[in-house]
Design a binder for this molecule. Structure first.
Ligand code: XIL
Length: 367
């Protein structure tokens, strides 16, 4: 009996010391835990990450995030390579990865003018575009029914002035195509949240167009659950007022607001936004920090992220998710867009998966 009590006693001490050890080293917590009562924290995942090729990156993903968006593997060019062929291999791996790690998946994206399959460039007739549009949505949304938490049903349908972009879908299907995309997705996957996603839609003119688009969907009796503001912003030039105004105006439509592709551009850029076909010429000043970020820029990045998250927290009843466009600086798309081969620093984790000063400022808001 005494021995049993003694063993229990030792076991209790071991357990206790383990917990206190974890607590004391865990002051910085993780993003997903720090904000769990406020909003979900997401990241974009690329193929290497979905396949768990780097254990350190994998640990970071699993530790920090509770939502994920595929960076590319659910885009139509990859899912639907030929007219009558779908390839779900990588996307299914992402679903399994999410399942295993308690990470909800936001499907990205059903209807978008970029990264379309090659055969779409050769299609001329409206009928064929209509067939592609309908089959693609039905097949893909049905395949992931009950497996994705949400869909970016339509991505980037608007011009900067708030009018509808002259995409192949607009040209061949007319202005109701956005509403139709939501209707078809709802039919194929009734319990999935449905979002409209765009960049610069916090800017007043584009925001007004976005509101018109959302109202049109609602007035047609079709469900839309939320709007994504991508959040590809620029160091020292984040439009905080426009972001706040947009959160308020979108939420007033009765829908959720998400920041869906957050990163902060550090490097020289002569335009705003994230039109992936736009490029910039390389010159001697294009890549100023190949060997590391100067302290004052690191500090400005931390301050910008802190102010942003203060704003998101202020509106946590309206903002349901904040997703970063990438896990660490090394795999950010901004190293290769709009100029290839630059060294960029747009995220909260550095190239060695270490938290940056910006991470501590953001998480500090909850400590
Ligand atoms: C980007 C990816 O990050 C790149 O890897 C790819 O080459 C191009 O697309 N808006 C979006 C995202 O909605 O899908 C884009 O992702 C970035 C801009």
């Amino acid at each position: 009996m005494k021995i049993k009590i003694f063993i229990l006693f030792v076991w209790a001490i071991v357990l206790f010391s383990n917990f206190t050890f974890q607590d004391s080293t865990y002051k910085a917590q993780s993003l997903k835990e720090a904000f769990k009562k406020d909003f979900a924290i997401g990241t974009a995942l690329n193929s290497a990450q979905i396949e768990e090729r780097n254990p350190r990156v994998n640990n970071l993903i699993v530790q920090q995030f509770n939502m994920a968006t595929p960076e590319n593997v659910m885009k139509s060019a990859l899912l639907h390579p030929k007219w009558d062929t779908y390839d779900f291999t990588m996307a299914d791996k992402l679903i399994a990865f999410g399942h295993k790690n308690n990470i909800k998946i936001n499907g990205h994206t059903l209807i978008w003018h970029s990264q379309l399959p090659g055969f779409m460039r050769r299609i001329q007739s409206s009928d064929s575009v209509k067939t592609f549009f309908t089959d693609h949505i039905k097949t893909v949304a049905s395949h992931f029914k009950g497996k994705v938490f949400s869909w970016d049903v339509v991505n980037e349908a608007l011009n900067e002035d708030g009018t509808l972009r002259n995409s192949v879908f607009f040209q061949k299907l007319g202005e109701n195509y956005v509403t139709e995309a939501f209707r078809l997705t709802q039919e194929a996957s009734p319990n999935t949240e449905l979002y409209y996603n765009d960049y610069n839609n916090e800017q007043p003119a584009k925001r007004a167009g976005c509101i018109r688009l959302i109202k049109k969907i609602q007035e047609a009796g079709v469900r839309i659950d939320g709007v994504g503001i991508q959040g590809h912003w620029h160091l020292g030039k984040i439009p905080f007022k426009d972001i706040e105004e947009s959160i308020l105006q979108y939420a007033a439509l009765g829908i959720k607001v998400m920041i869906t592709e957050l990163d902060i551009e550090i490097l020289p850029r002569n335009f705003q936004g994230a039109e992936v076909s736009q490029r910039m010429a390389n010159n001697a000043e294009s890549n100023p920090y190949p060997n590391g970020l100067p302290d004052e820029i690191q500090k400005q990045l931390a301050d910008d992220y802190e102010t942003l998250f203060k704003l998101f927290l202020k509106h946590k009843d309206k903002v349901t998710r904040v997703t970063f466009w990438g896990v660490n600086d090394g795999d950010s798309w901004l190293n290769n867009w709009p100029i290839r081969g630059r060294t960029n620093y747009p995220l909260l984790f550095d190239r060695n998966n270490q938290p940056k000063p910006a991470y501590f400022k953001v998480i500090g808001l909850k400590e």
